[in-house]
Design a binder for this molecule. Structure first.
Ligand code: NAP
Ligand code: ZN
Length: 349
């Protein structure tokens, strides 16, 4: 077994604190990764605080992992020692069900092995995430990071990047399409960069005007505050596609009215409460309300290659692991521009 250092929570009320644990010895098709960076996703905060229920403790969060291959098992074909790699939100799936076969491993019918707060496919062994010095993952669930992207700013692509790329692509963001992104946070700022790179006309709908300069710099064509009621009259029936990245309760009906006929609003943010939807918000424009969950492995690699080609990474604030509890508080206050990334070197200091 491989001894690694990490940071874990012991309960939803506890703070993240040093935690040593073991990773399995590499099997034939495993890649041992020396983790260098790990992004902090708002989902880490939700799960650490058990806001979705069912959290497993001790928990080592982190699913935006980048690093370098340290060792490979005897039958590994896709990776060699020294390769720059990434691991996203899941580390295995059944591989046999219809979803796995269609490259939608995130929807595996037996349940994917999420990178943390989950179990291996034996449904017993707990998984531990990227706030740690190393991880062992089957090669089919490891991604290649393009050579021109720095490993720190590329880390958030593994969750925030794919979570926006997948719906933008699926619902046809591109030239001639008007796309709105609700919330300029970790996910939202990636959405702006990606939708802009795909050729869409991009609007940020933010809860204040404070991030306007940033939004326009990141590639948005327009920026509106949703605290101003005039925004909802001015933008009525305006967008082909709206992606909602916020995890606070908002009135979806108000936003559905901003869609053109046949438009779609996609939820990727996960608010705590259920939100009522009025039938007329959908019917009076043949509108759709949809959801999207990260992306499959092949699509994640496609997104990384796209980001390499377009030189897209995340706007990050690099922090030592010792500042992770403070970072969680700042994420909840929406006081990060735009993604915290933990420098994993700090775990060894
Ligand atoms: P984040 O960095 O905290 O961003 C959320 C954004 O929501 C904030 O930047 C802010 O943008 C907006 N917001 C915050 N407080 C608000 C308020 N009181 N009123 C209105 N808007 C507010 O979070 P994230 O990491 O991007 O994650 C966002 C959500 O997506 C979380 O629920 C996370 O669990 C979920 N998620 C889903 C998937 C998936 O596959 N579906 C994957 C990853 C994460 P403005 O200041 O611009 O309003
Ligand atoms: Zn995430």
């Amino acid at each position: 077994m491989i001894l690694v250092k990490g940071y874990a929570l012991r309960s939803p009320k506890s703070k993240l604190a040093p935690f040593e644990f073991r990773r399995r010895d590499p099997r034939d098709q495993d890649v041992v990764i020396d983790i260098q960076y790990c992004g902090i996703c708002h989902s880490d905060v939700h799960q650490a605080r058990n806001e979705w229920g069912g959290s497993k403790f001790p928990m080592v969060p982190g699913h935006e992992i980048t690093g370098v291959v340290l060792r490979v098992g005897g039958k590994v074909k896709k990776f060699k020692v020294g390769d720059r790699v990434g691991v996203g939100c899941f580390v295995d799936s059944c591989r046999k069900c219809e979803q796995c076969k269609n490259y939608y491993q995130q929807f595996c019918e037996k349940g994917p092995s999420f990178t943390y707060n989950s179990t291996e496919q034996d449904k017993k062994t707990p998984t531990f995430g990227g706030y740690s010095t190393g991880i062992v993952v089957n090669e089919d669930y490891v991604l290649k990071i393009p050579k021109n992207l720095p490993l720190d700013a590329a880390a958030p692509l593994l969750c925030a990047g794919i979570t926006l790329y997948s719906p933008l692509k699926h619902w046809g963001a591109g030239k001639g399409k008007k796309v709105a992104i609700i919330g300029l946070g970790g996910l939202g700022h990636m959405g702006v960069k990606l939708a802009h790179a795909m050729g869409a006309e991009v609007t940020v709908l933010s809860h204040s005007i404070k991030k306007k300069k940033d939004g326009l710099r990141l590639g948005a064509d327009h920026f509106y505050s949703t605290s101003d009621p005039k925004t909802f009259t001015k933008l009525k029936k305006h967008f082909n596609l709206i992606i909602n990245t916020v995890s606070v309760d908002i009135d979806w009906n108000e936003y559905l009215e901003l869609l053109k006929i046949n438009g779609t609003m996609v939820l990727v943010g996960v608010p705590e409460k259920n939100v009522p939807v009025a039938a007329h918000s959908l019917i009076m424009g043949r509108r759709s309300l949809a959801g999207s969950l990260i992306g499959g492995i092949q699509e994640t690699q496609e997104m990384l290659n796209f980001c390499g080609k377009k030189k897209i990474t995340s706007e990050i604030e690099l922090i030592p692991i010792q500042k992770v509890n403070e970072a969680y508080k700042r994420i909840v206050k929406s006081a990060v521009r735009y993604r915290f990334v933990v420098d994993i070197k700090s775990l060894s200091s």
